[in-house]
Design a protein around this ligand. Structure first.
Ligand code: AMP
Length: 702
């Protein structure tokens, strides 16, 4: 690391990598341990059944902790019981509710008591299939309180997806609700989904607790199937004063299992360790997100089914003793594109965390930022210190646009911060810390106390404990500035996973085998610049191979998004006899109304093509551009399902417009796939195949 790039954040990172024991020992002091760990890090090796050996490690191995105690009880015991823990805001059910820490504790103790009565014990798995309502958080903490392990599945997932996860986790009980409400659609009854899932799964949870929502009820519970009304069970527990105390678990016992989003294959059950997670989250919420305690409000516009929801809706804000906003709604359509800004104003939010896809949706519906400006002009956004973005690459245009808006209307020196992470990492791998320092860094070595500048297009610098490298396919490190596979050196820091649920071999095969156990493969490609900023460009599967050049879909999308009329884009590789692959773009314009034709106007197409040529190079010239609204399918966590669009165009190249494509159960709106199919058909039929019209070349007849 050169002198020119030494910031406090770099020093913090160095400390965490050079002397992890002292760094994390200090971080662990912020928590209450039922048994204080005497060892911070134990390094070792694991040998698989087939004799393969790989690095293994454990954080705080002899510590014992209760996350629930740290998130709930200790704030009440410290006299902060009247502080708000949860602001629940649900435009879809017309409800707003506040829970103080004391109220939360009362609910959690009672539910935990009831679950214990129903047989839930330390180490058992309990599954949640819930909408974004307070009882979901109460459920999570109640399970945690008993030392049990939760596994949250996005409410509304298809029965086979739920069944698959039930069989993988073998929960003793299932917590669910009578319905979910997705955006402005009518309530979706969960009963048929849950009952079908349980009939499909080989493992049967013995209890199903149902939170009855007035808007659509479950109907009479089927007692023979172990169904019980959640409210009734809790009422009973309260009437008999049944409460459960916190049951601490070993630091390396799982706090939860979470399945990856499955954008690139069958979901994997990521296991999160109790101790490391609490320590690492506590660090990130204060250091990166600048949320410290009473009076601070964090709004993570995500879903509890996603890792971001686990970490920054549920656990981290409450570990800090701050308030979390639980929002049951969408960025647009409930009722309009003002929703996120309205919430910031109403709850005096300090840190907002969302996915770039939410901002793109807002931009599509509110092209000239009317809502942001209106609320900003009356001072409603003055509390907002940061807008964090993760889940996908944020194109520089979106970062810069919101940075300008925040400069005008946000808190003094408010920032837009792209941060890169994954289900596996549990917390951001890169970002830009809002707080200048943390822990016991080596002050004497700090040459520059200014925080690192923000470079739009980069996801920032490594967060403590993450040793990020870029390597070629043989695992050799590539020079800074060159594209490579982004990998992590082990041990990973405390929030990150160490294995997959009951699949040791798959952990090795999926993450370590590719580089013979030397590096952990993140599955992402990108580069690290000379100042240590990480540029995450695409998933490895989304890298295009054009005339033997590796191009990232993210880089081309970034160029396309620089066009003022483009609200959203997605680039996939399309087979090409000459070049191997050609980039093919799906675009959604922000014009109102959206053009009905799948073929963009000559002008828009050539402007986009010029942007791509100028910003990426002639090699990236697009083989086609199809336009349409509502045709880019995403996961519920906001990731573009490029694989689905790639399959559609690959099939179209062979004239197979109706051929089925594999759509993962995590899809947000499967209707988008059919819109895309129709647009692709229209495009290919009009063009007679892939066109290089803009290059003047004609594609051979397909
Ligand atoms: P998941 O495990 O479902 O959260 O997905 C993790 C993946 O999302 C990462 O491996 C990246 O491909 C992508 N991702 C998340 N955050 C970012 C970001 N800030 N920039 C680029 N890609 C991101």
């Amino acid at each position: 690391m050169g002198a020119e790039d030494t910031h406090v954040q770099d020093e913090v990172l160095r400390h965490s990598l050079d002397d992890p024991e002292s760094f994390w020992a200090h971080q662990a002091e912020h928590l209450y341990w039922h048994k204080k760990p005497s060892t911070v890090l134990r390094r070792g090796e694991k040998t698989l059944k087939n004799g393969v050996t790989h690095p293994d490690w454990a954080w705080f191995p002899d510590g014992e902790i209760s996350t629930c105690y740290n998130c709930v009880d200790r704030h009440v015991l410290a006299g902060r019981g009247d502080d708000v823990a949860i602001y629940y805001d649900s435009p879809v059910s017309n409800t707003k509710q506040k829970y103080t820490y004391r109220q939360l504790l009362e609910e959690v103790e009672a539910l935990a008591g009831a679950l214990r009565q129903e047989g839930v014990r330390k180490g058992d798995v309990v599954m949640l299939y819930m909408p974004m309502i307070p009882s979901a958080l109460i459920g999570i903490f109640a399970i945690n309180r008993l030392g049990a392990i939760h596994s949250v599945v996005f409410g509304g997932f298809a029965p086979n997806a739920l069944a698959q996860r039930i069989d993988a986790c073998k929960p003793v009980a299932l917590l669910t609700a009578s319905c979910g409400i997705e955006g402005n659609k009518p309530p979706m009854a969960y009963r048929p989904l849950v009952e079908e899932a349980i009939s499909l799964s080989s493992h049967k949870p013995s209890r199903t607790l149902i939170w009855q929502r007035d808007v659509l009820r479950w109907g009479p519970t089927d007692r023979s199937a172990g169904q019980m009304s959640w409210q009734k069970v809790v009422r009973g527990a309260k009437a008999r004063n049944i409460k459960a105390d916190c049951v601490p678990v070993k630091s390396n016992d799982p706090v939860y299992i979470i399945h990856t989003s499955g954008t690139t294959g069958a979901p994997k059950g990521v296991v999160r360790d109790a101790g490391g997670y609490a320590v690492g989250l506590h660090l990130s919420i204060s250091y990166l997100f600048n949320i410290h305690g009473p009076g601070d409000v964090m709004f993570t516009a995500s879903d509890i089914g996603w890792v971001v929801g686990h970490s920054y809706i549920v656990y981290a804000p409450l570990l800090a003793g701050a308030a979390t906003v639980l929002y049951e709604g969408k960025p647009v359509g409930t009722p309009d594109a003002s929703a996120l800004w309205r919430i910031v104003e109403e709850y005096k939010v300090n840190t907002l965390f969302t996915a770039p896809t939410a901002l793109r949706a807002i931009k599509r519906d509110d092209t000239d930022n009317k809502f942001f400006t209106q609320i900003g002009q009356r001072g409603g956004l003055r509390t907002l210190k940061a807008l964090f973005l993760a889940g996908e690459r944020s194109e520089p245009t979106i970062v810069s646009m919101y940075q300008e808006l925040l400069d005008q209307y946000g808190a003094k020196s408010a920032h837009v911060i792209d941060n890169w992470w994954s289900t596996e990492s549990g917390s951001p791998i890169t970002g830009r810390a809002l707080v200048p320092h943390t822990g016991k860094y080596r002050k004497s070595e700090i040459r520059d106390h200014e925080p690192p500048v923000i470079k739009p297009g980069s996801a920032g610098k490594a967060m403590p404990g993450f040793d990020i490298r870029t390597v070629d396919d043989e695992g050799r490190e590539v020079a800074r500035g060159n594209m490579g596979n982004i990998v992590l050196a082990m041990p990973l820091p405390p929030t990150a996973f160490r294995t997959l649920w009951k699949e040791e071999d798959r952990f090795y095969k999926s993450y370590l085998k590719r580089f013979n156990g030397k590096w952990l493969d993140t599955g992402d490609s990108g580069w690290i610049d000379k100042d240590g900023y990480v540029h995450v460009m695409s998933r490895n599967d989304d890298v295009l191979n054009v005339s033997a050049h590796r191009l990232s879909s993210g880089g081309i999308e970034q160029a396309i998004s620089a066009h003022p009329l483009v609200a959203e884009s997605c680039v996939v590789g399309i087979p090409d006899a000459l070049k191997g692959q050609l980039p093919f773009a799906f675009i959604t314009l922000s014009t109102d109304p959206h053009p009905s034709s799948a073929i963009p106007s000559e002008q828009v197409a050539s402007e986009i093509q010029n942007l791509v040529r100028k910003q990426v190079g002639a090699i990236a010239s697009l083989g086609g551009i199809v336009q349409g609204k509502g045709m880019i399918p995403k996961t519920r966590s906001g990731k573009t399902l490029r694989r689905v669009l790639r399959e559609l165009v690959e099939n179209a190249v062979h004239g197979e417009f109706d051929k089925g494509v594999t759509v993962p159960s995590t899809v947000e709106d499967s209707a988008a796939v059919e819109v895309a199919r129709a647009k692709v058909r229209e495009y290919f039929q009009a063009k007679g195949g892939v066109h290089r019209a803009l290059e003047g070349a004609v594609k051979p007849k397909l």
